[in-house]
Design a binder for this molecule. Structure first.
Ligand code: SF4
Length: 357
């Protein structure tokens, strides 16, 4: 791969952005119980006054997730977030997650106002797949159906035939392969190669990765399994192949929670962002959850599996976005949004159809 390779350039941009994000992410400020209660009350009042509903991802902090539930919003994966925001009658959506989630909400519901605690919360997959080089890559392979992961910009979605999330990726590619279509997949190479192994589809993969899931270590999980011999291993498919190979269940965040409920094991080693532990403990309270290791030999911490961009969704930022103007509002060019809406609507329709069958 040369330095002018579009995929290589995307990878370098993602790494640079990741370093900046870590530098921006301050240590979480310790709030007293009284301060938390006060912030939550003020946010709840502002949500009501703005006819707004809070839509939060499983990787946000327990405080944000609890607030979304207490105020009639939702906590879910990116597919359910998109569907919930689309179907909810509120005129303003407050999206606690990363930027592509806010953009997806705006594309699907262009007449609603979409606010985010910070517009700086990006994703290494999004940054690593810039629209220009990606379009060039697609142009080189006109015989392939373009399938992109939801973790991409509106411009990349607009260049695609299908958008998928991790909960629906397998079913969509199976559907395309059955029709004899060859796939160009972007941006997550690990998720793409897992889908390829599962479906046997002809897939050409963009070279992107999630900085959180890429760090899980197969050796560390094997060691942990010896300590917890009754534990099952639950893995998100953005993880490397040797980690996926150890899994008792592989799936999206929602599918991981379902597997924890369904499998008989008393303990689970979980390879995904540690934000999900709040919902796992709430929804499956009688079982024990252990974070999968990201650290190599000699490291001082065992697991750093937390997305620096998801961590930006703090309560203070949430209040600020409901008080503050354009600095927190997602805008998507109407014409670009209309083009990106087609592959997104295709996914939403397919997921509804798939759920029924
Ligand atoms: S956890 Fe990974 S895929 Fe999810 S937002 Fe963060 S960088 Fe992106």
């Amino acid at each position: 791969m040369s330095a002018s390779d579009p995929m290589q350039l995307g990878h370098m941009a993602a790494e640079a952005e990741m370093v900046k994000a870590f530098l921006r992410t301050k240590h979480p400020v310790e709030l007293s119980e009284a301060e938390i209660a006060d912030l939550k009350a003020r946010i709840t009042a502002r949500l009501r006054a703005e006819d707004a509903v809070l839509v939060a991802h499983y990787y946000t902090s327990p405080l944000v997730q609890a607030l979304a539930e207490e105020t009639g919003g939702c906590v879910s994966d990116s597919l359910q977030m998109a569907r919930f925001g689309h179907d909810h009658p509120a005129s303003t959506l407050v999206v606690a997650g990363v930027r592509f989630m806010g953009e997806t909400a705006k594309i699907l519901t262009p007449d609603k106002r979409v606010l985010m605690p910070t517009l700086e919360a990006t994703c290494s997959l999004d940054v690593g797949c810039p629209a220009g080089p990606f379009a060039e890559f697609c142009d080189q392979h006109p015989d392939r159906t373009v399938v992109v992961y939801a973790n991409t910009s509106a411009a990349v979605k607009a260049r695609s035939d299908w958008v998928v999330t991790s909960s629906i990726a397998l079913a969509v590619v199976e559907h395309l392969a059955a029709r004899g279509e060859k796939v160009l997949w972007a941006p997550d190479k690990y998720l793409g190669s897992w889908v390829q192994r599962q479906t046997g589809a002809d897939m050409l993969l963009w070279d992107g990765a999630c900085i959180v899931h890429e760090e899980f270590k197969a050796k560390g999980i094997e060691d942990l399994r010896r300590v917890y011999p009754d534990a099952a291993v639950l893995v998100h498919p953005e993880s490397p192949a040797p980690v996926i190979a150890l899994a008792d269940a592989v799936g999206s965040t929602t599918q991981i929670i379902d597997a924890a409920r369904r499998l008989p094991n008393p303990q689970f080693i979980v390879a995904t962002d540690q934000g999900i532990f709040y919902q796992l403990q709430r929804q499956v309270p009688d079982k024990e959850f252990i974070i999968a290791p990201t650290a190599g030999e000699g490291a001082t911490c065992r697991s750093c599996a937390h997305c620096p961009w998801m961590a930006m969704n703090e309560l203070e930022a949430l209040l600020k976005c409901l008080d503050g103007g354009p600095a927190h509002e997602i805008e998507v060019d109407r014409e670009l949004g209309a083009r990106a809406m087609l592959p997104l609507q295709r996914m939403v329709a397919f997921s509804r159809e798939h759920a029924r069958s």
